[in-house]
Design a protein around this ligand. Structure first.
Ligand code: MD3
Ligand code: FE
Length: 237
């Protein structure tokens, strides 16, 4: 990574910490070979990508333990469909969708038990990622676990079921690669396509927190049994 790239990153993170000055122009990360990617880069203003930041072998064990207590489910949408992504949660609050709408619940409706506690190592990883991206003091109370089989996708949407949108969101990609689609303030026009691989972490804060986004359909042909998981750490309340 060049000295100029580092200056760019350091100035941008410090300027956000101090809340002064404009953000730098986005880096064209899609155009660079992955070996040349800086550890911290900007997909857009206030969307920070931390390449290979997360230790995913340990996270897979954590996901297995969460799913043993609160099994993955394909939730229903208010419109009557079924989501291609299977979901579960850990933490004090869990995101849920059914015919009545989208909301956060303290118990898993599948079992009526509280969601499994968020492992301290997960909360610490999310806080460390947020701080690295320039959002110190993040204390998530929800980790939504998304499971993508080949052919699964997440349509364009915004996340606004959380109480206070000033808190950032931290997302961790695990397993099969996927293409994250970033539309920003309007869902019109072509999105920024961000290829995500195992261990990549994205942090959204500030105005980006309210942006439109989605995940492109995973290719149907994949190695048998291969899956993608995404952890999204949120402050729901
Ligand atoms: C950007 N998940 O769970 S990363 C979601 O990869 C979701 O599973 C995707 O979108 C996934 O809602 C994308 C997470 C993400 C979550 C919330 C956001 C990205 C966000 C809120 C604002 C902007
Ligand atoms: Fe989302």
């Amino acid at each position: 990574m060049s000295g100029v790239d580092w200056q760019h990153t350091v100035i941008a993170v410090i300027s956000r910490l101090l809340s002064v000055g404009p953000m730098p122009p986005p880096l064209q990360t899609e155009l660079l070979p992955s070996a040349a990617l800086p550890a911290v880069s900007f997909v857009a203003e206030e969307v920070v990508l931390l390449r290979r930041f997360a230790p995913t072998a340990a996270l897979r064990s954590a996901i297995d333990a969460i799913a043993a207590a609160a099994p993955f489910r394909h939730l229903s949408t208010p419109g009557g469909g079924s989501m291609s992504v299977a979901m579960t949660n850990c933490g004090a609050w869990g995101w849920h969708s059914d015919a009545r709408g989208y909301r956060y619940l303290e118990r898993d409706p599948g079992s009526d038990l509280p969601w499994p506690a968020m492992p301290l190592a997960l909360a610490e990883l999310a806080a460390r990622a947020a701080a690295t991206a320039g959002f110190p003091g993040f204390a998530p109370d929800c980790c939504l676990v998304n499971r993508y089989a080949p052919g699964a996708q997440m349509g364009t949407h915004r996340d606004f079921d959380e109480h206070d949108l000033r808190h950032p969101i931290v997302s961790v990609s695990i397993g099969l690669p996927a293409v994250f689609l970033w539309y920003g303030a309007s869902r019109q026009g072509p999105p920024t396509r961000v290829p995500l691989v195992d261990g990549d972490v994205l942090v959204w804060g500030g105005r980006a927190r309210a942006g439109y986004h989605g995940v492109r359909r995973l290719p149907v042909r994949a190695e048998a049994g291969a899956l993608r998981y995404n952890l999204t750490f949120r402050r729901a309340r």
